[in-house]
Every structure is written in C-alpha cells, then in structure tokens.
Write a protein that binds this ligand. Structure first.
Ligand code: B12
Ligand code: SF4
Ligand code: SF4
Length: 279
C-alpha cells in the first residue's frame, strides 16, 4: 500500500530499508516534473537513480587519505548518521549532443547546469521533509563546492560518495559512470534512518580502463587538461572559467563527457555491471 504524504510517496507497512531506494527515485522523479512545470522549464532530465551507503562505511574516512584531509564524514553533518542517500539525475541525450561542437560549451549545457543545481537544492529539502515525516532526521551536506581556486577539491566529493553508494565506476574522464551513463549530476543527503547499503559496482565500465581502448573523452578535451597520462585540474578549471565568462555562474565545459560510449548506456543489464558486476 502506498500513501501520498505531503512530501512524498512512501510505502507503508513494509520496512523502509527494503523499499527506500525505489521510493526515493520515484519521488525524485515526481518532484523533478513538478519543479519543471512550476518554473516553466523544458524537461531536460531523465528519471533519477537513488542508491544508499552505510554512513559508518570506513571508506568515508578513507576519502581523507584519497582526496582531502578535511573531507567531511557523514557523522559531521548529522550526529548519529546511519545512511547516505546518493542520487544521480541524468540529462536527456539532446542536452549532451548539443554540447559536442565548438570550443565553448553550449548555452543549453550551461543552463542545464544552473537549473539542475537550483532544482537539486529544493529536491533535497523535500527529501529531508519526507524523512522527517517518517520520524527520521536528515542533513543536506553543506560546503560541497570547490574549496578554493587554489584547492580544486571539495570537502564532500559527490562522485566518491556515489561510488561508495554503488552508483558506478570511474571513467578515464574522472566521471562516475552510473547504470545509465555519465551525463548528469550527483547529489546526496545524510539521514539517521537505517537502510540496506547497495553493493559497490566492481565492473570496470570505462573501456580504456578495461582494455586500453577508446580514450575518446581525452581526444575531445580542447585544452589537453585530460589525457591518457592524467588530468590537470588547473588547466581544466581555466577552461571552465572561460565558459563562465560567457555564461555567468556556469564554470563548466563538459566536452569530455558528451558523445562517448559511456555517456548513455544500459550498464544495469545483467552481465554488464548489473548484479553480476557488483560485490
Ligand atoms: C572541484 C570540481 C571540479 C574541478 C576539478 C575537477 C575534478 N576532476 O576534481 C573543475 C572545476 C575542474 C571541474 C570540472 C568538471 N566537473 Co566538476 N566538480 C568539482 C566538485 C565541486 C568537487 C570534485 C572533487 O573534489 N573531486 C575530487 C578529485 C580527487 O577527483 P578527481 O580529480 O576527479 O580524481 C579522482 C577520480 O579520478 C577517482 N578515481 C579514478 N579511478 C578511481 C578508482 C577508484 C576505485 C576510486 C575510489 C576513485 C577513482 O579518484 C581520483 C582521486 O581519488 C564536484 C562536486 C562535488 N561536491 O563533489 C564536481 C563534479 C565532480 N563535477 C562534475 C562535472 C560534470 C564536471 C565537468 C564535466 C564540468 C561540466 N559540468 O561541464 C568537468 C569535468 C572535469 C574532469 N574531466 O574531471 C560532476 C561529475 C558528475 C559525474 N558523472 O561524475 C560533479 C560530481 C558535480 C555533480 N554534482 O554532479 N569540477
Ligand atoms: S570515453 Fe572511453 S575512455 Fe573515456 S571514460 Fe568513456 S569509456 Fe572511458
Ligand atoms: S571539462 Fe573540458 S577542459 Fe576539463 S577535462 Fe573535460 S574537456 Fe577538458
């Protein structure tokens, strides 16, 4: 049985943990469509995916060694945290395809970035209300932007959180390749509700990492910031700032994300990273 609460659609009478992932994804999709309609926005999004991590997973502490020493722990956002819900919102293929040509990113790509970030803030608030309505506590990670122009990292790396939550594997382009590809954005929310953690994706989804082929993302990079030899985040940031000069607020680029074999794909199919590819 399902009830429609003011803040969401959640199954009643069965454990939250079993149904949470699907219910949250469905609720996010409803909220996305509602947001687009209320703000007269074109529907540039595909249905979101939601995954859960155990907030006490030791990998969160490992991010302090792998990324930045002051990377947040879920517990710091919410004392008593038990779960981290990580969600991915894919863009429609046309949004990505429109960003293939040219040195600068497309106007639609820039607008998609701005609109998605604005929408995500509201969606996370709605999710938090839904969690509170179920008797739980929730915190939306603050301070998740780039630390500074000098320290081009975040203290809450959404793609690493998404990796821990079992969304996908990393590509040569540094993107986390989800079950439906890498074109889209990740967000998250911390809660003290108990959930069943999703298994991590073990399968290598990037062809370069898998067998040394492809490398298209690097060839498409207009600056050389991304190559098979590595990634220069400063050169990439400078390119993103060139775009921001054209599209205020949008320090992005994304030529290494679009028109690729990993941009849009069905990795969830059994044998290609579905259940067989998870640990
Ligand atoms: C700072 C930042 C930037 C900086 C630095 C980029 C970077 N790669 O870190 C700049 C401004 C340059 C930038 C550019 C872009 N960004 Co940016 N950025 C961020 C931000 C705020 C923090 C990222 C961070 O801390 N990274 C940590 C570093 C260490 O990651 P990394 O350099 O990529 O290296 C890691 C991976 O390669 C990974 N890895 C590789 N293999 C493996 C294997 C294993 C097992 C593990 C554990 C890890 C791993 O580990 C490396 C280090 O540990 C996040 C939002 C957030 N709060 O998380 C968005 C974010 C990473 N950006 C995003 C995007 C889409 C972009 C752009 C495409 C711009 C655009 N929208 O057009 C480009 C892509 C550049 C690139 N090829 O990497 C998305 C990625 C979505 C996805 N599908 O993964 C994010 C997550 C934003 C979001 N909310 O969705 N970004
Ligand atoms: S374009 Fe090819 S090399 Fe680059 S991340 Fe995707 S699969 Fe890997
Ligand atoms: S975002 Fe642009 S500059 Fe940065 S690595 Fe990708 S293609 Fe290169």
């Amino acid at each position: 049985m399902f009830v429609i609460a003011p803040t969401g659609v959640y199954p009643v009478g069965i454990p939250l943990e079993a149904a949470m992932r699907e219910a949250i994804a469905a609720e996010l999709w409803r909220l996305v469509r509602d947001y687009a309609a209320r703000n007269a926005l074109e529907m540039i999004w595909e249905p979101p995916l939601a995954r859960c991590a155990d907030a006490r997973d030791p990998l969160f502490a490992r991010l302090r060694e792998l990324l930045v020493p002051n990377h947040y722990l879920p517990e710091e956002y919410l004392p008593g945290a038990r779960s981290v819900i990580s969600w991915f919102i894919p863009f429609k293929k046309a949004v990505a395809d429109g960003n293939k040509e040219g040195f600068h990113c497309s106007a639609v790509w820039a607008q998609a970035y701005l609109n998605t970030n604005a929408m995500a803030a509201e969606l996370n608030e709605r999710l938090a209300e839904g969690i509170r309505a179920r008797g739980g506590r929730a915190a939306v990670p603050r301070d998740a932007g780039m630390i500074s122009r000098e320290i081009i990292y975040s203290r809450w790396s959404q793609k690493h959180v998404a990796w821990i939550a079992g969304h996908g594997s990393f590509g040569l382009n540094n993107m986390l390749i989800s079950d439906v590809g890498c074109v889209g954005r990740y967000y998250s929310i911390v809660t003290d509700l108990e959930t069943t953690a999703d298994p991590r994706v073990r399968e290598e989804r990037c062809l370069y990492k898998k067998n040394g082929t492809c490398g298209l993302c690097a060839r498409q990079c207009p600056t050389g910031a991304l190559s098979t030899r590595g990634f220069d985040r400063r050169i990439c940031l400078e390119m993103c700032e060139k775009n921001e000069a054209v599209y205020p607020g949008a320090d992005i680029c994304g030529k290494c994300v679009v028109g690729l074999p990993c941009s849009f794909a069905d990795y969830a199919r059994a044998g290609r990273g579905g259940r067989h590819g998870r640990d």
